[in-house]
Structures are given as C-alpha cells and as structure tokens.
Design a protein around this ligand. Structure first.
Ligand code: SAH
Length: 373
C-alpha cells in the first residue's frame, strides 16, 4: 500500500496517523463512527493523554474531593442495601486510575465496606492498564476488555467518569428532506481529510420520532450505538445483581440536534480531522438515550442531575472546608478554586451530568437523586 501523499509532504506525521490515513484512502472513506473509534483507540494506546503535561485534565485529577464524594456515594448505597458482605466495584475507562484510588482510600473509613470490595476495571488500553495497576498499589484488581464480562452474581456498584464521551457516534444529517450519514474521506486535491455525506437507510430507526418531524435542513443527530449497547448491558447487569450504575460525563440531559464532535490537544480545541490518532476525540453524551437503553433492559433510571448539584448534595463544600483546615496556605488557596471548577455552572458544574440506574424496587433514592415529576 502507498503511503498517503501527506505522509511524504509532512515527515512529522506519527505512525498511527499514517496508518489511519492509509486505511481511509484504501477504504474510499469511513463513517464518522468508525473514524472516531479508530482514532480514539490509537490515541489511548500510544499517547499520554492525561494531566498538566498531557492533553486534558479530568475531574479526579483536578481534586481528590471528586473521588471522595463518589466513594461516599458508594458507601451510602451499600448501607441502604443492608451492608451486603460482598460487593463487585467496577469502573469503566479508569484512565490513570486516580478515581478508583480515591474511592478505595475513602472506603477505609468503613472497614466492613472496604473488606467487602472486589475491584474490577474495564479498560482496553494495555498502557493505561499498567498505569491503573500502579495507582492501586497493592490493592488487587481484575481487568476486563468489555463491561459484558463483569461478574453479575454479586451486589454491584459500577461507575464511570468521561467514559461514554470517548465512544464512537454516528452522525446523521438532514439534507433536502432525507437523512444522510457523515463520512470522512481523503481529498486527493487538498491532500487532507474532509467530511462528506452519503445516503443512509437506517437513520430513522435511531432518531426519536418527535425530533424527526421538526428537523430543519442541516440538522445533525448523533447516535452512539456502542454507548447504548453498554448502557443496556449495565441495565440488565444491575437488574440481576442488585446495586447501581453511576455515569458522569458531559453532555445533554435530553436528546437533541447538534454536531458535538471535538478534538482536544494540549488543553486546546483542535481540528477533529487533523493528525487523527494523536489527539483525543469526543462527543457529547446523550443521557436520554443512555437512560432509555438501561430502562429497556430492566433497570430503574433516576432523572439526570448536574455534576454541580450532585457534588453539592454529597457535601463537597463542607468536606472542602475540613480539608482546608488541615492544609498548607498554598493548598488552602487552591482548594476553593478546584471546587469551583468542579461545581460552578460557568465551569464543569452544569455541562457535566450524572445519571444513575439501579435494580427496581429500592425504597430510597441514591444520594444526590430524587424522583422526577
Ligand atoms: N475516567 C478517566 C479517564 C477517561 S478517558 C478520568 O476521568 O480521568 C477514557 C477512558 O476510557 C480511557 O481509560 C480509555 O482507554 C478508555 N476506553 C475508551 N474506549 C474504551 C472501550 N471501548 N472499552 C474500554 N475502555 C475504553
């Protein structure tokens, strides 16, 4: 196979970008979903995404208070469930493992809870598995390629932060009264990737009926088949095992139109189509669609709340004061800034949302959630 022209023009292109460009040329174009899937898995397999020196920073790395609140939430659910002697605690897409390490540290406050935990991590990248093992120190964990293989015979608490936003979305676009699908092709003349649209036969199966009727020309609807499949797997999981699933991510509470595909490199927005495989590509999460998939699989789904409201209800502001009381002057100045970043509507507080589903029939709502009208 010939290398794509850009590779010879630009010797700086990484091996993973060159491979992906060659593949797209050979195929004559691939769907946005396939593009995202290939670019994201190349990225997580080779890059150093996280932290100040990486491309982006996530909530667990902003402050330990984030993981502490999730740990508290898990312990509270365990108490509500009558303190089962065994708990399957799983995280999807744990990145560097910071969140799980903070949860486990918090769990030590309740020795029976701590002793009941067996830790499971769903992670496809071998490089990140190694970082996660390091973060957990001498704590045993089991890794899985797929959420479907998590054990269902034990009371389960399954959490994720910024996992679903990394999963591929198909993009459907309305053109002259018909739905098309967006593809990525190699433009020979421009020697660059570009978007194109192709007719699409199955779009209507995935777009809510009410939205289809009001879609103006140019509307884009994103559908993540893999996200809905995983939500259904986890809905069926907790319906069988007992326990709950908690997913935190940025996105919209209700399905709607919009092109939300974005790339981030070195803490800046970057072009989605340039240097694929070397930068993070994400899309906003459709919480409506996730909840519907979990409900259809038999789980009870709570109305989505914002991250700011969720962390506030769990007591992040009070805990921040406690932490500051024992901190250095420099930390005392930093803690309120971190909490502001996590909870303020102008920062991550509103854009990030939290969804929870659990086995039907629980007497109480999980902490931070309440029945909708
Ligand atoms: N939760 C972490 C990291 C989020 S980045 C944090 O908050 O910092 C997304 C994570 O999901 C990475 O660990 C990535 O390797 C993993 N991932 C992406 N696609 C996946 C898939 N299909 N199956 C399992 N893990 C996946």
């Amino acid at each position: 196979m010939q290398p794509p022209p850009a590779a010879s023009k630009n010797p700086e292109l990484s091996k993973q970008t060159q491979d992906l460009l060659a593949y797209i040329r050979e195929k004559g174009g691939i769907s946005v979903a396939e593009y995202m899937q290939r670019a994201v898995s190349a990225y997580y397999a080779h890059a150093r995404p996280f932290g100040k020196e990486g491309d982006f920073i996530t909530s667990p790395d902003i402050s330990q208070l984030f993981g502490e609140m999730i740990g508290l939430w898990c312990a509270d659910l365990w108490m509500q469930a009558g303190r089962p002697a065994r708990i399957m605690l799983a995280e999807l897409g744990p990145g560097r493992g910071t969140l799980m390490a903070d949860i486990l540290r918090t769990a030590r406050n309740w020795p029976d809870f701590d002793a009941a935990l067996s830790v499971h991590l769903v992670e496809t990248s071998p490089q990140l598995r190694a970082l996660q093992a390091q973060a957990l120190g001498d704590r045993q964990a089991q890794w899985h390629d797929d959420a479907a293989s998590l054990p269902k015979d034990t009371f389960s608490l399954i959490i994720s932060n910024e996992f679903f936003d990394a999963l591929p979305v198909r993009q459907f676009i309305r053109r002259q009264g018909a739905w098309h699908e967006r593809y990525v092709i190699w433009d020979e003349a421009e020697a660059a990737l570009r978007f194109t649209t192709r007719p699409c036969a199955d779009a209507e199966a995935w777009i809510p009926k009410a939205l289809q009727q009001t879609a103006p020309d140019g509307s884009v609807f994103e559908y993540s088949e893999q996200s809905c499949h995983i939500a259904a797997t986890l809905g069926a999981h907790v319906a069988q095992s007992g326990g709950a699933c908690l997913a935190i991510d940025y996105g919209h509470a209700q399905s709607g139109f919009g092109d939300t595909l974005q790339a981030v490199s070195r803490h800046e927005y970057a072009d989605v189509l340039s240097a694929p495989g070397t930068r993070d590509i994400t899309a906003h999460v459709d919480f409506d669609a996730l909840g519907a998939a979990a409900a259809a699989a038999g789980a009870a789904v709570w109305p989505v709340v914002t991250q700011g409201a969720f962390l506030g209800t769990l007591g992040i502001h009070m805990r921040a004061q406690q932490l500051a009381a024992r901190a250095t002057p420099q930390q005392q100045a930093q803690i309120p800034l971190d909490v502001h970043r996590l909870t303020a509507p102008s920062a991550m507080g509103d854009l990030f949302k939290v969804i929870c589903w659990q086995k039907k029939g629980a007497a109480l709502a999980p902490a931070g959630f309440a029945k909708g009208e």
